[in-house]
Design a protein around this ligand. Structure first.
Ligand code: ATP
Ligand code: MG
Length: 445
């Protein structure tokens, strides 16, 4: 993408109403625009990151054996009357009437609708296990929408639902979600810690929230800091292997890690003092096993292998896709701007032409741009007629992990400069070597 032809409305001034750094940088980098309280347009740069995050979420869900579909944003109220949640949900639910005076709502979540789909099409244990998920916009009329996309009213969520014949199978589905979520967050450059949580209006006993540590987080968290060193890494996971998946979950949930809702002072006190930490965290996901809470009242039953009709065991599992942009920025930035992890960056690399109009510099930039494209990498090429300082400031603000700087002086020695946004370190090399290096960094992502 050539910056001269792109739409990147960066702001010079700090937006006065943005209280936390991720909100400030998302506005300044021209990623989002607020259209009403807690409702945003996703401008091109923000949209690219959002799509990238969605893609990673999809890939890891499919890898775990879960099946994507798409349910609508608007739902009939009658489904929610069946589960009893239409009245329970309260003012967070946006209620709408259509022209026939029928009660509708903008879905805050989809347990009822997925249960309806299930009961209409599945009637035998032979069709289980089944996990369906979608990535769709939700609406919750939050009392205090704030912090930009972190607590929006309209927000993008991945929500998945498992249907299983018994508790044991459903707990395997729960564990599968935990492991696939760990991998999802790691690919985004995040450490998200599973913490035992309280269940709230969705119901159920088994539930974990995934928290990214950040001072600006809304949840108070209590943890053994050795939990932050745990990594899934590149180990192979066989998602059908109940034993292996359960082992991984145990590894990640044995050390103490809880939110204030489930905090147990006595157990916390057992942690060696040097490792005992209190902090704040951002909830980026939550998983639940809730047994037959929806399947019973809504008649989601199957015939089991003994010929009996039994309600299925269910769970639901959410990832805050749009909130993740804020969480990643909170975890990865400096005073100049965002520092995108390679896994989610909107462009893999930026090209800065120090002297636009200089024929050698222009030709070298074009060459780099094309060579990167041929390797499957779309660079953001700053081809504007601007001062070098302004170009660097924009690149630093929008946070591409790598920058190639091209100028007449270097070119006379046959070199360009490759700079890491994270460390600030630069290295001179030939344009070909720079392309190779960048291609290597992104291999397999
Ligand atoms: P919170 O406690 O932050 O209000 P929640 O527990 O009500 O969230 P869930 O029902 O667990 O939310 O939804 C799954 C995920 O969706 C959450 O873990 C979070 O990442 C994201 N999410 C929830 N509410 C919002 C919101 N208002 N704006 C953006 N993301 C949200
Ligand atoms: Mg939650």
């Amino acid at each position: 993408m050539r910056l001269s032809r792109y739409f990147l409305p960066v702001l010079k001034e700090n937006p006065a109403d943005a209280q936390i750094v991720s909100h400030r940088y998302m506005l300044r980098a021209g990623m989002i625009r607020q259209q009403a309280a807690g409702i945003y347009s996703w401008l091109p740069l923000g949209f690219r990151v959002l799509k990238r995050i969605e893609e990673i979420v999809h890939q890891e869900q499919v890898r775990a054996g879960h099946i994507p579909l798409l349910m609508p944003t608007l739902q009939p109220a009658d489904l929610w009357r069946e589960s009893g949640r239409y009245d329970d949900y309260g003012q967070e639910m946006l209620r709408i009437k259509d022209r026939h005076e029928r009660d509708m709502l903008y879905g805050p979540t989809n347990e009822e609708m997925i249960t309806d789909i299930f009961r209409s099409h599945v009637s035998s244990y032979k069709d289980l296990p089944l996990t369906l998920y979608h990535i769709q916009w939700k609406f919750r009329d939050e009392l205090r929408p704030r912090f930009g996309v972190m607590r929006g009213r309209e927000f993008l969520m991945k929500d998945g639902y498992n249907f299983d014949i018994d508790k044991e199978a459903a707990l395997h589905a729960y564990n599968r979600h935990m492991v696939s979520y760990l991998r999802t967050y790691e690919r985004m450059g995040l450490t998200a810690i599973p913490m035992r949580a309280a269940s709230g209006p969705i119901g159920g006993d088994n539930t974990h929230e995934f928290l990214v540590l950040a001072n600006t987080g809304e949840s108070e968290v209590f943890y053994d800091d050795r939990v932050t060193a745990l990594k899934l890494g590149s180990r192979e996971i066989d998602y059908d292997d109940r034993g292996q998946v359960a082992e991984v979950c145990k590894e990640f949930t044995t050390l103490y890690a809880r939110t204030d809702e489930t905090h147990d002072e006595a157990a916390f006190g057992q942690i060696p003092e040097a490792h005992r930490k209190v902090g704040r965290g951002i909830e980026v996901g939550q998983i639940f096993y809730f047994s037959t809470k929806y399947s019973e009242p809504m008649g989601a039953v199957v015939v089991n292998d003994k010929g009996e009709r039994v309600p299925v065991h269910m769970g639901s599992h959410g990832i805050g896709v749009s909130r993740l942009l804020g969480a990643i920025i909170e975890a990865s930035h400096d005073d100049k701007g965002i520092i995108w992890p390679e896994g989610v960056t909107p462009f893999p690399v930026g090209i800065v032409n120090l002297k636009q109009g200089d024929s050698a510099a222009d030709a070298a930039c074009e060459g780099l741009y094309k060579a990167l494209k041929a390797r499957g990498l779309e660079a953001l090429y700053d081809d504007r007629d601007e001062r070098a300082g302004a170009k660097f400031a924009t690149m630093d603000l929008i946070g591409l992990p790598w920058r190639i700087t091209v100028g007449p002086r270097g070119l006379s020695n046959g070199v360009v400069e490759l700079t890491s946004r994270r460390t600030g370190e630069s290295e001179e090399m030939s344009p070909e070597a720079a392309v190779d290096r960048v291609a290597q960094i992104y291999e397999g992502r």
